[in-house]
Design a binder for this molecule. Structure first.
Ligand SMILES: *[C@@H]1O[C@H](CO)[C@@H](O)[C@H](O)[C@H]1NC(C)=O
Ligand SMILES: *[C@@H]1O[C@H](CO)[C@@H](O)[C@H](O)[C@H]1NC(C)=O
Length: 364
């Protein structure tokens, strides 16, 4: 029987073809929807609203309600696994350190590695006393078995970068000059085995403070405290070119692209774009500075996860470091989200294990 032999069968075939075609298009469309994410929402003119920030005319901001904070617990008679206390660094800047000491160390005559920690919060928010970071450092000291010094640094936009880096460098100087005056630092912290540690914006601070310490002019003589390396937990970096993961996760609620851009806008020096060296470690002198890290023999741990918009940049940094011969370990896992270790104790515990293995893999 020839095709289209009668008007009714012609109609049947045309209908069938049209149906199959639209069905095919529908499938194709839904497949596309499944594999590619919705395009980034355009950022509205006032992204600060989402961040609960009100911009004042003089460049300061009014922040939303202060998130929960925790006091230190310095009393050795308290039934706690880790003791903690606050020590002032520079009163005129309002900087200080919260030191954590695993209790069992009090009965032993051994010194522990010192982890100098910088908290996250987009350079704008939170404090070393914020409960999430207090608990993170408490548990890190306990699980890694280390002394932790969590540094309170000045926040943007009242104090834009490099203020936080300056405070971090000052904190290292302070440790050097005050170790004799503080029993915990003096007896229990091994100042020849120090790591700069930070999560998110704190990872950026650990990185940039480390570079400042080794750059000439910081006045830091690379003696004691002797830095062995950097531990960058989901470090916060950026750039003007969008990465694949930033595009893919542009609407990720834990760190949307709009909030990400707004945080940089308030933190970087006025007028700087995201290809500033503070934000993008692979532009300008960045690669040269990475070579300095290799020459010093510092070891670097970078951790991240596939659900974090920043993951492509973090992996790129690891790649550049590998190319430059830095002793770098990249630890990336699938899923999760930016800041997962601050809200999920199980994920935090896994991270402490990674940190502990990294520190003890090459004893100083
Ligand atoms: C900036 O303005 C805010 C609100 O008007 C005010 O509370 C704050 O003290 C000012 N800061 C400075 C440094 O003048
Ligand atoms: C504290 O900071 C101020 C301002 O940067 C600086 O002038 C001063 O020397 C610092 N004080 C100490 C004790 O380091």
């Amino acid at each position: 029987m020839p095709l289209f032999s009668s008007p009714s069968s012609k109609c049947f075939w045309i209908t069938l073809i049209v149906f199959s075609l639209s069905y095919y298009l529908l499938i194709a469309k839904s497949t596309t929807l499944q594999t590619s994410p919705p395009p980034p929402k355009p950022c509205n003119k006032n992204p600060y609203k989402q961040l609960n920030l009100v911009l004042n005319k003089n460049g300061s901001v009014r922040r939303g309600p202060v998130p929960p904070e925790s006091p230190p617990a310095p009393d050795p008679n308290l039934p706690t696994k880790v003791l903690s206390k606050d020590l002032p660094i520079n009163k005129s800047k309002g900087t200080w350190a919260r030191i954590y000491l695993p209790r069992e160390t009090l009965d032993q005559n051994s010194k522990l590695p010192l982890l100098v920690f910088f908290h996250g919060g987009g350079f704008i928010f939170l404090s070393a006393s914020s409960t999430i970071f207090h608990e993170f450092c408490f548990n890190m000291a306990n699980d890694v078995v280390a002394v932790v010094a969590s540094i309170e640094y000045r926040l943007a936009p009242e104090h834009r970068l490099p203020a936080a880096y300056e405070d971090a460098v000052e904190a290292l100087h302070w440790i050097k000059t005050n170790q004799e005056e503080d029993d915990w630092l003096r007896y229990y912290a091994d100042l020849s085995n120090v790591f700069l540690v930070g999560s998110s914006a704190g990872g950026n601070i650990a990185y940039n403070a480390g570079l400042r310490l080794v750059a000439t002019g910081s006045g830091y003589d690379l003696g004691i405290p002797k830095i062995q390396g950097l531990i960058l937990i989901q470090p916060y970096f950026g750039g003007t070119q969008m990465t694949g993961s930033e595009m893919r996760l542009a609407n990720e609620p834990h760190l949307s692209l709009c909030n990400n851009y707004a945080l940089w806008e308030l933190s970087l020096p006025v007028g700087a774009d995201r290809d500033h060296e503070y934000c993008n470690p692979t532009v300008g002198d960045g690669p040269k500075k990475i070579e300095m890290i290799r020459r010093l023999g510092w070891r670097v741990l970078v951790t991240g996860c596939g659900g974090d918009p920043l993951v492509d940049r973090q992996m790129e940094l690891v790649k550049v470091m590998e190319m430059k011969g830095v002793k770098v370990v990249g630890h990336f896992r699938a899923g999760d989200y930016h800041g997962v270790q601050d809200t999920d104790p199980f994920k935090a515990k896994q991270l402490y294990e990674v940190v502990k293995n990294f520190i003890s893999a090459f004893p100083s």
